[in-house]
Structure formats: C-alpha cells, structure tokens
Design a protein around this ligand. Structure first.
Ligand SMILES: *Cc1c(COP(=O)(O)O)cnc(C)c1O
Length: 399
C-alpha cells in the first residue's frame, strides 16, 4: 500500500514549482503563483481517476470524514453506524461533530455486516459509514439497499482501498460521499492530506466552504468573500498537493505492482487448505493493498503471527492483539477519556460500549492476519517471502 516507497523526480519537480513562486497556500495570491494551482489540479486529476463529479481536498483522511459528514448535515446527537474493525479516525471524525458513533459487527468481508447495520438503526440514525478496510470492501449492494429503505446517507471511507472497484465503480465513488487519505502509508501520499469525493453539487459546495472557514470563494479578494455558514480550517497546502499530483499520475503503476505482488503471495498460500481468504463481494475487485486471510482458530493465528515476526516476515498484522484497528483495545473510547468535557448526549449515546459484545467480529478478527503489500519488493523477494510464509504456516497447522 505505501506510496512513500516509490518517490523521486516527478514529486521533486512538482514541489519545486511551488517553492519557485513561494505560494504555499491553495487560495489567493493569484499574481504571484505563475499559474500553479496544485491543489485544484490534483482535485481535477482525482475527479478523473475516481470517475466522480466533485473532489474537495482537505488536510487529512480524518478531516475528510468529518467534512463529508458535516457537508451532508450530520451533527450533534445524530447517530452514525460504523464498523468495530476500522481505524480510530472513524469515531474521532464522528465525535468531532458532536455526533454519536454506533459500532457494529463486521462479517467475513472485514467490513460492515449488513444485518448488523439494519439491527442498529434507530430514529436518530443519519448515516451509515462503510470502511473499505485493507484493500477490499463491504457488500455495497446490500448496504445501499438498507440506506435507500431507511433514507440514510451512505458514506464510504475508502482510505485503505484506493484503486479497488465494485461493479465497475471505483471504491469511494459509490456512496453519497467518499473519503480518501493521502497520509504517509496510503497507496498514494501527499505526506499528509485527504479528499472528499461526491457527485452531489450541494455537498461539494458545502465541503469547499466548510473546509476553509466557511469562505464562499467568490471573486479574487479573500477579504471580500462572504461566509454563508460557519466553517473550520481543514485546508491542504500547495506543497502537499504538489506531492499528491505527482503520485496520482503514478497510481496505475502502483496498482499494477501491488496486484502482481499480491498474486504471488496469494497463489502460494492457496496451497494450504487451512488458509481461507477474506470474502470479496460479488463484482468486487480488491486494490491488493493487503492480503488478508483467516486461520482455523485464535491459537494458530497467534502462533503464526509470532513466527512471522521471528522469521523476519514483516508488515503482517494480527489486529486482534494490537491497538490499531479493533474495538477490543480501544479503552480510551470505551472509557471516554477526553481532554475536555463531552456532551451528555454523546456520553449517553456511547454508554452501550461498556457492555456490548462483538462476538461475530471477534470470530473473524481473532483469526485474521493482514499482510501489507509493498511496492518496493523485487520479484525474487516476493517469491522468497511467499515460500517462507507457506513454510511457517504449514509448520504450525500441521503440528
Ligand atoms: C488512514 C485512515 C484514515 C485517516 O487518514 P489520515 O489521513 O491519517 O487522517 C481514516 N480511515 C481509515 C480506514 C484509514 O486507514
């Protein structure tokens, strides 16, 4: 997945364009910028790459989720259904708006279980946020049908699945709004950055204004611009956008390498009957940012994860036992450890976390290993890694 691995001349050239004129901000300073509008150019490139009408760049993927929800009017007291297996950014971005994250089980896609979503809907539910984890996706048809029936927004966090496709559509472009991250470990990077994508003009205009203090961006004098509504600063800088502009041009190249490396590893692991790959919904094509598989039980998984580490097979994660991506280790959320007071409504709305069990998610995450696919590996390195992985897994499952 990491775009940071392949980095060079093209990125340097784009950044130097910005440094040459010294305009590091995306808005204004028209006379000084010698025609360089890197953020706008990147937005247009992303519109083309993701086959979507509108793209608003922001400062991070986490900001993208907050801006997406805010642009569609989600706020205080609203419930947003999200998966128990995701990145901490999901609930952070929801809570920043005073809204309530409602965590529900995932299924063998490693994304939202549509049945769990349906069961969690209340009169307060405003949106369903599917997180396309580890390069693949949830059952988008089923999730869309639920959102249509209950008149809910469908928001896609596609930060980890840049380049994945569902029924011919790029992930991120299927829901009412999609979110991307271009942080340093994502498929393409800006250093830090993110994007909201949508086909809805009103949401786009809201995102454009909201992410820049509510500025309406009419005319060429920032001081004369009006504020139709309150906003915040989630702007990206021209330096970051310049890096992204070089990277987005290389996205097809990155995806091809990712798929090649993924396929070698997957083919090798397919020989082991005890290895079961994560389910990809019909019509879905993974981005191949990760190879995900399940082992028969938690003990085997823990042993394999440990043996991978001892055998220098890096970048493979057993999320059940680490603090990154799963509810089991998020005590700070469960115990609402906040630096500042949280509203009574959100406190009450989150009290379910003290007692709720995520039995079905445990069943999948406890047995899942998720291996990052790197772009810098040589073919020989991937083949020797594949052979080593097979050897390690077989030595444990055959015992
Ligand atoms: C990386 C990531 C984010 C947040 O992106 P940042 O740019 O790091 O803020 C959100 N959701 C998921 C699933 C991610 O992987």
């Amino acid at each position: 997945m990491p775009g940071f691995e392949l980095f060079g001349e093209l990125e340097r050239k784009e950044v130097n364009d910005v440094l040459d004129n010294g305009v590091l901000m995306r808005y204004g300073f028209d006379g000084m910028r010698k025609g360089h509008w890197k953020s706008r150019e990147l937005e247009i490139a992303l519109e083309q790459s993701f086959n979507t009408k509108h793209v608003q760049l922001v400062s991070s993927g986490t900001a993208a989720v907050s801006v997406a929800l805010a642009s569609a009017g989600v706020g205080a007291g609203d419930e947003v259904i999200m998966p128990a297996f995701t990145f901490v950014a999901s609930f952070e971005a929801i809570m920043m708006l005073g809204a309530i994250p409602v965590l529900v089980d995932i299924d063998d896609t490693l994304a939202l279980d549509p049945k769990a979503v349906e069961a969690a809907i209340t009169t307060k539910t405003k949106a369903v946020m599917v997180v396309q984890m580890c390069g693949s996706m949830g059952d988008m048809n089923a999730l869309q049908a639920i959102c249509d029936t209950h008149d809910l927004l469908l928001v896609e966090d596609a930060c980890q699945a840049i380049g994945g496709v569902y029924k011919g559509k790029p992930l991120g472009s299927i829901g009412d709004l999609g979110c991307f991250s271009f942080d340093f470990v994502k498929t393409i990077t800006c250093g830090e950055g993110g994007a909201v994508i949508t086909n809805n003009k009103e949401y786009y205009t809201n995102a454009d204004h909201y992410s820049d203090h509510g500025h309406d961006h009419v005319g060429h004098d920032r001081g004369a611009e009006r504020h139709p509504f309150l906003g915040y600063n989630f702007r990206i800088s021209e330096l970051h956008a310049a890096v992204g502009l070089a990277q987005v041009k290389r996205l097809p190249e990155f995806l091809t390498i990712q798929k090649k490396n993924y396929t070698i590893l997957r083919d090798a692991l397919s020989q082991i009957p005890e290895v079961v790959f994560r389910t990809v919904p019909e019509g879905g094509e993974e981005s191949c940012a990760f190879l995900n598989f399940f082992l028969p039980d938690i003990d085997t998984t823990r042993k394999v994860s440990e043996a991978f580490k001892q055998n220098a097979i890096d970048a493979c994660f057993h999320y059940y036992d680490n603090h990154w991506h799963y509810i089991r280790k998020w005590d700070h959320l469960t115990n609402l450890k906040s630096l500042f007071p949280i509203s009574q409504e959100v406190k009450k709305g989150l009290s379910y976390l003290k007692t709720k069990a995520f039995t079905q998610s445990d069943y999948y995450i406890a047995r899942n290993i998720s291996c990052l696919i790197k772009l810098s590996w040589t073919e020989e390195e991937v083949r020797s890694r594949a052979a080593k992985m097979v050897e390690v897994i077989e030595s444990i499952v055959l015992k």
